[in-house]
Design a protein. Structure first.
Lengths: 391, 135
């Protein structure tokens, strides 16, 4: 794998260890950059597929990445089982509970999705047997990806209650992770806060044996593998956090716990699947939180050719503080490399002028490897912002 | 040892590497050596299947010992109880494996008793023959 720094090398090494010997060899031969690899999909009897820089490739036996999927190496059941052994550290039984949710989180914070024959017991999933489909999703910690977003979340020296709205695989967890780190460590604009993280799926911290593998900051306490609703209340009672962070809220119990936390004077950072604030408003439980102005900021990420495109940032009243008039359902992805110039935005709130850093706001793309992306992959209408001279 | 590993793995959810390490410290002689080799093989993580790691460890630690081929095979096949992609099957494999081991043990004991009787009889005959010869 093509690698750069020592840290990246360690990460790549760790990542390679998740695969069977043959797949490992192929990945090594391919020379791909670990930082740009997003997913590896293995299906019994089907081609080995990679999601790399937002594009799907097949991987041939001789380690060549190709768009001609039919030339790709066909995954055998043996490869799958061996990979399953490797991802679980030869201890799949130890992940029995996590497997019921359809995935396991492994060392490094990577998530491995599983599918096969589901065994039910009394209407509940008892286990997954004959696992024949794997999706290894890489966790990429990108320090600094929240630099341009954080200033919008600061109000009177405190963090505003914030909801990050994003479709799957658009970088919400990565953004939340960096926000946690920066809020915990403190920045020039914000003194460090005690942050409590309820990491139900071990994705934020990527905890391994209780120790976060990702940097979540020096004032962060992590409650690993704990249900969000219980975890938020537990943290409030035990760790006195100034800010609570949770990933992927969704059900009624989460909503109740959020209200409890906010009424205790605690600030909240949360993420949710969705396309827009309107999407969230239409949901039964989360909609009430929006209508009750529980959140003071909404960050909406867009689905694009790469993760981490901030489409807009709104305040609790829905006024846009930052963003563009892009198709709200992600149809206009050609604009992903475009700089979202705050000054040109209609409906921009004056409040944003106070909170936002001086000067133009840069494209808040999260991907640290963004500059390595081939600029011609964005399709028609793509425009390299740097050529404009405004970056 | 199998019961101990079963308890550690299935009840306490101890990762296999750690459980085998504990078994290594508990056991002695060739068994300890076998656990050590298996743990080392897992730690190196070259991407091989656990079956290969375990069978290699069994071969190296017990191959030149007193065990018969059939007994070695039973131990070599016990990898299915330790590392199985099917968690449900793994639990039943433990019971099966323990039952097989028990059977092996009973056979060995029976063989020992039969052989002991035979040697006793041979000894008695030999002694009687020697006395007759001396007389």
């Amino acid at each position: 794998m093509g690698m750069q720094s020592e840290v990246e090398m360690d990460e790549a090494e760790q990542f390679l260890q998740l695969f069977s010997a043959d797949v490992r060899r192929m990945l090594l031969k391919s020379g791909l950059h670990a930082g740009r690899l997003q997913e590896v999909r293995m299906r019994a009897g089907q081609p080995l597929l990679l999601l790399y820089d937002g594009q799907e490739y097949g991987l041939t036996r001789d380690g060549r990445m190709t768009h001609r999927i039919e030339e790709s190496f066909r995954v055998t059941k043996k490869e799958l089982n061996e990979t399953l052994e490797c991802v679980s550290g030869y201890s799949l039984y130890a992940f029995e509970e996590e497997m019921k949710q359809g995935y396991i989180t492994v060392q490094g914070g990577h998530r491995v999705g599983l599918a096969g024959k589901v065994v039910m017991d009394g209407g509940r999933i008892q286990c997954i047997r004959h696992i024949s489909f794997l999706n290894v999703r890489l966790s990429h910690q990108i320090c600094g990806c929240a630099d341009d977003v954080l200033p919008y979340l600061i109000r009177d020296g405190a963090v505003a209650d914030t909801l990050i709205i994003s479709p799957p695989r658009c970088g919400k967890t990565t953004l939340l992770r960096d926000l946690i780190r920066q809020i915990s460590n403190g920045t020039k604009m914000l003194s460090g806060k005690t942050v409590g993280v309820v990491d139900e799926r071990s994705e934020l911290g990527g905890s391994y044996q209780g120790i976060p593998q990702n940097d979540l900051g020096m004032r962060t306490d992590v409650l690993d593998c704990c249900p969000k609703s219980e975890g938020m209340l537990l943290l409030l009672r035990s760790m006195a956090p100034q800010v609570i962070a949770v990933d992927e809220i969704g059900d009624a119990r989460d909503g109740e716990a959020i209200e409890s936390a906010i009424h205790c004077g605690c600030r909240l950072l949360a993420t949710v699947h969705g396309n827009s604030v309107e999407d969230i408003r239409a949901r039964p439980f989360l909609g009430n939180l929006v209508k009750n102005h529980v959140f003071e900021r909404y960050i909406v990420l867009a689905r694009g050719l790469r993760a981490g495109i901030v489409r807009e940032i709104c305040d609790g009243d829905g006024r846009r503080l930052y963003g563009s008039d892009m198709d709200t359902h992600g149809g206009n992805c050609a604009g992903i490399f475009r700089k979202h110039d705050l000054g040109n935005q209609p409906g921009r709130a004056d409040e944003a002028q106070m909170d936002a850093p001086a000067g133009n706001v840069r494209d808040a793309a999260l991907s640290g490897a963004g500059n390595d992306l081939p600029q011609n992959t964005a399709g028609g209408g793509t425009w390299d912002g740097r050529a404009d001279g405004t970056w | 040892m199998l019961r101990y590993l079963e308890q550690e793995m299935i009840c306490h959810r101890t990762p296999l590497e750690e459980a085998l390490g504990m078994a290594e410290r508990m056991g002695h002689g060739e068994i300890s050596q076998m656990m050590h080799l298996a743990t080392r093989g897992m730690r190196e993580r070259n991407g091989g299947a656990f079956r290969e790691i375990w069978q290699e460890a069994v071969r190296k630690a017990l191959g030149s010992g007193v065990l018969e081929q059939q007994e070695l095979e039973v131990i070599a096949e016990s990898w299915m109880s330790f590392c199985n992609p099917d968690v449900v099957l793994q639990k039943t494999m433990f019971d099966q494996q323990i039952a097989r081991m028990e059977l092996q043990k009973q056979n060995a004991q029976q063989q020992y008793l039969e052989k002991a009787g035979l040697y006793r009889r041979l000894g008695a005959i030999g002694g009687a023959f020697l006395i007759i010869l001396l007389l």
